[in-house]
Design a protein around this ligand. Structure first.
Ligand code: ATP
Ligand code: MG
Length: 552
């Protein structure tokens, strides 16, 4: 699927800047914190940052914002890189880490202290909150604010040497405790964290805050346009303050856009991690998760995701994107690209009594209804075939356009058949159907003029194979599962996963490679599972149905 760059306000701003000379190049970055797997919101940020760089012939860096060692891990670092590549993007140069600038940040902290712009503060978190004031009330200066430069340098050195416990001391900027912008009320620059860091090991026990790190990381890397979500708008004056007051090598500028929110979906790593930790789903890449790895396993293509991100757009106004828009993008892509095949989810045996027992016909069917270049597939036909139990009734009214005793239906890509009798077990359950083929009906209607009522999918008993199929649906049954005071765990859709142990698949599906995707005719789109699918036990995940069954 082609992703035509729709216009977005950042593209317009940058375009104007390049024309006026305010900007001479475009260097962006995607700065994930490696504390979880990426989700659909991150996909939108990736498309935006890499997309802008691509559009303007610039560069986009991948930088791990790894300043919180307790929550971060190598597992996440590896997964994030794989996900970005899978989405179809590549970063400029090597993978970067905020942690590789720790010494530089420390030197700059000393520079701030020397200029009287930072101090070590001993207030507890609770006390600091009280001193901070409120939106309507100015804060109060910390009693430690007037420490001498020498004392501050000595204390910061001892913090770094591990002499104090976590929470005992922090380094703060000396700005303005009466500022109407709470972010400017002597923000914290460094805190003590006695945790081993995945990149720097035990080298550091003090770690810079996002505020003190982010702009300087951007400046070190020569980022021109630092794009973040709207909640950082209030941090922009602080971002700029550091860049003005430190001898940084370049002057990046921050731009904000509205974060992507999707209906029926959670976009918060913390909450997604909770779903994983509490076993609500089978892992970060559970096909129901809105993570990039989950959506991949579900059968979403990178092109469809990029297309969706373009459609969802970039703006500064609050709003929630309808998840139906994402599903629409997925369906469009699959309708165009997924080869067709037949799978019977709930098999009922049909014995074609007028068809010879030892006969096996090799019928053929197009892989795609409109794309001839995708070729054909062999579909064996034999005396015993399976149809879906839901496609047969002993009696039915005219609305039921499937197989009924005494009536005709076409087996997709094969013969028209007519049902004679339902075979039952001692409890009265239908275990098979006796039917007949109508001769000379391959590709044409019956000569006697009695047309079939409809077309149903089927799989030959000979050549077909048993498969496991996992039917997925939306994970939440509420439009806004984590809005306000709601606990998202109360809105898990109990029908989000249904496992069918014994479906029947046609031969063309038996050798499907993991991640290969098909339309199972009349059922929806299905993907061979990335991990569980093997020759012996085919496992397919339902990507999405043919139609939206959620719309009101
Ligand atoms: P979460 O709250 O899920 O942890 P985060 O913003 O803390 O998200 P980061 O790893 O810090 O996660 O994010 C990396 C980048 O992705 C940031 O630039 C952030 O602005 C962007 N991002 C995160 N969530 C979204 C979203 N829902 N829509 C658009 N961009 C997002
Ligand atoms: Mg974050």
């Amino acid at each position: 699927m082609e992703t035509k760059p729709a216009n977005n306000f950042l593209r317009s701003i940058i375009s104007d800047e390049l024309k006026s000379g305010k900007a001479t190049e475009v260097v962006t970055r995607f700065p994930p914190e490696p504390n979880g797997y990426l989700h659909i919101g991150h996909a939108s940020s990736i498309c935006l940052n890499f997309g802008l760089a691509e559009h303007f012939g610039g560069r986009c860096h991948l930088r791990f914002d790894d300043t919180n060692p307790e929550k971060e891990s190598q597992e996440y670092i590896d997964a994030i890189q794989a996900e970005i590549k899978w989405l179809g993007f590549d970063w400029y140069g090597e993978v970067r880490f905020a942690s590789s600038y720790f010494q530089q940040f420390y030197d700059w902290a000393i520079a701030l202290i020397e200029r009287g712009d930072a101090y070590v503060c001993d207030l507890s978190a609770q006390q600091a909150r009280e001193y901070r004031g409120t939106l309507t009330e100015a804060g109060q200066n910390s009693p430690y604010r007037e420490r001498s430069v020498e004392e501050n340098i000595d204390l910061l050195g001892r913090m770094k040497a591990g002499e104090f416990d976590e929470g005992e001391k922090v380094l703060r900027a000396k700005l303005d405790m009466a500022s109407p912008n709470m972010n400017m009320r002597d923000p914290i620059l460094y805190r003590i964290r006695k945790a081993r860091h995945h990149q720097t090991g035990d080298d550091w026990v003090i770690y810079p805050t996002y505020d003190f790190a982010h702009g300087q990381e951007d400046a070190i890397e020569g980022i021109t346009h630092s794009i973040c979500t709207l909640e950082f708008e209030g941090h922009r004056p602080l971002y700029n303050w550091f860049l003005e007051h430190l001898p940084v090598p370049s002057q990046p500028r921050q731009f904000e856009f509205r974060q992507l929110n999707l209906s029926y979906t959670i976009v918060s790593k913390r909450k997604l991690k909770q779903l994983v930790d509490e076993g609500v789903v089978c892992g970060w890449d559970d096909p129901r998760m809105p993570t990039i790895s989950g959506m991949r396993r579900r059968g979403y293509s990178p092109g469809a995701l990029r297309y969706f991100c373009e459609m969802a757009g970039v703006s500064r106004t609050e709003g929630v994107v309808d998840v139906a828009m994402l599903e629409h993008a997925i369906r469009d892509d699959l309708n165009e690209n997924a080869p067709r095949a037949m799978c019977v989810l709930n098999p009922l045996k049909v014995i074609l009594t007028n068809y010879p027992e030892d006969k096996l016909e090799e019928l053929s069917a197009p892989a795609h209804p409109t794309r001839e270049e995708l070729g054909t597939r062999a579909v064996p036909f034999s005396r015993e075939v399976y149809i879906d139990a839901a496609d047969f009734r002993e009696e039915a009214n005219k609305k039921f356009k499937r197989l009924v005793i005494g009536k005709r239906v076409r087996l997709r890509n094969a013969y028209v058949i007519e049902a004679d009798e339902a075979i039952k077990d001692t409890q009265g359950n239908i275990v098979a159907v006796h039917a007949r083929i109508i001769e000379n009906t391959l590709g044409t209607n019956p000569e006697d003029g009695v047309k079939p009522k409809g077309v149903i999918q089927w799989v030959s008993g000979a050549g077909g194979k048993r498969a496991k199929v996992k039917l997925y649906d939306r994970l939440f049954n509420d439009e806004a599962p984590d809005q306000g005071d709601k606990n998202f765990l109360d809105y898990i859709n109990p029908d989000s996963l249904d496992i069918i142990e014994e479906a029947w698949i046609e031969p063309s599906l038996i050798d499907a490679a993991p991640e290969q995707i098909f339309q199972f005719e009349r059922e929806g789109y299905f993907v061979a599972d990335r991990y569980e699918h093997s020759g012996d036990t085919p496992v397919f995940n339902k990507t999405i149905g043919l139609r939206d069954t959620w719309s009101k």
